[in-house]
Design a protein around this ligand. Structure first.
Ligand code: FDP
Length: 339
């Protein structure tokens, strides 16, 4: 980033301006999605600020712990969940919410209800909080179907029914990546302005990458296609160079790198956990939506990830996502196995 040029820039594309521009392409739009997204952005700013102060403010620790002043402290993921629920409900545009932190779906009270359902993981990668590694918020947005009253069935929809999805990564900078179904854009929080500025317009994932990303500690339990894929990545038979392994263990950070640099991110099913680890509604779907919008693919080992229909709000699924050609390769290995 050219900071000198940045300081001179006077025409800033903020996320609000960007979303309003998108909205103006649909004359019938009432601005509800714009208001909802604004509230999500507010939640992200709040969590970003809490994450960056976590060490200082002693926010880290067990929920319900007290700090040196004897005050009750909330664990960061509990705090982030509260922040997002409040931001979403107060938008007046939501109806059913699903959070990774809540066992049951949340039904917004009638006076605050709107037409949107939001599925989210307020602080994904939480095992990384204590060591300062990038973590993030992931979200996906559905619209209630015509005549729907707002039940759990309204969120048990395939990923193809999602209207918008995104994530915010709390790392060395705070980056929000968003798609409303017309490409993917990345915004970086300018702390001095308190605004997300468009820094990564129209993100396109490279068609083929040089990186694979997986928890190799689980290799003992992998199925044939995953094992073969990783073997080929390390010892390519076509004379090409071996791929690099990068695994942060924080989905938002691993997917962000995959979007920008290309390659494949995998959390396969294995003999111990046939459905893998990652949750369909608020991890697999939003990330698959973004990757497809950026020109990549996402596959479960059996089908296109976005075609899944979850039976329960916290269902899990294996996932292989990333560069188009790299996902083609794993698809071919699964096809060969079932042939
Ligand atoms: P975490 O357990 O730290 O919350 O689904 C949560 C997640 O992190 C993802 O962010 C990450 O990709 C994955 O789990 C890491 O799982 P492993 O530790 O099993 O590799």
């Amino acid at each position: 980033m050219d900071h000198a040029a940045d300081a001179m820039r006077t025409d800033l594309m903020t996320i609000t301006r960007h979303v309003l521009n998108e909205q103006s392409k649909f004359p019938e739009a009432r601005g509800d999605l714009t208001i909802l997204l604004n509230n999500i952005v507010l939640g992200c700013k709040f969590v970003c600020s809490s994450v960056s102060k976590a060490g200082l403010a002693k926010l880290i620790g067990l929920a319900g712990e007290t700090n040196v002043q004897g005050e009750e402290q909330k664990k960061l993921d509990v705090l982030s969940n509260d922040v997002f629920i409040n931001a979403l409900v107060s938008s007046g545009r939501t109806n059913v919410l699903v959070s990774e932190e809540n066992e049951d779906a949340i039904f917004v009270e009638p006076s605050k209800r709107g037409r949107y359902c939001v599925v989210f993981d307020p602080l994904d990668g939480s095992s990384n909080i204590d060591c300062g590694v990038s973590i993030g918020t992931i979200f996906g947005i559905y619209m209630l179907k015509e005549g729907a009253s707002g039940t759990v069935e309204d969120v048990l929809q395939p990923g193809t029914a999602m209207l918008a999805a995104g994530y915010c990564m709390y790392g060395s900078s705070c980056t929000l990546v968003l798609s409303t179904g017309a490409g993917v854009n990345g915004f970086t929080l300018d702390p001095s302005l308190g605004e997300f500025i468009l820094t990564h317009p129209d993100i396109k994932i490279p068609k083929k990458g040089k990186i694979y990303s997986v928890n190799e500690g689980n290799a003992k339990h992998w199925d044939g296609p995953t094992t073969k894929y990783v073997e080929n990545a390390k010892f390519p038979k076509d004379g090409s160079s071996p791929k690099s392994l990068r695994y942060i263990g924080s989905m938002v950070a691993d997917v962000h790198r995959t979007l920008l640099y290309g390659g494949i991110f995998m959390y396969p099913g294995d003999k111990k956990s046939p459905k893998g680890k990652l949750r369909v509604l608020y991890e697999v779907f939003p990330m698959s939506f973004l990757v497809e919008q950026a020109g990549g693919q996402s596959f479960t080992g059996k089908q296109r990830s976005l075609d899944l229909v979850p039976a329960h709000i916290h269902d899990r699924s294996p996932i292989f996502l990333g560069s188009y050609d790299d996902v083609e390769e794993i698809k071919a290995l699964y096809a060969a196995e079932s042939a």
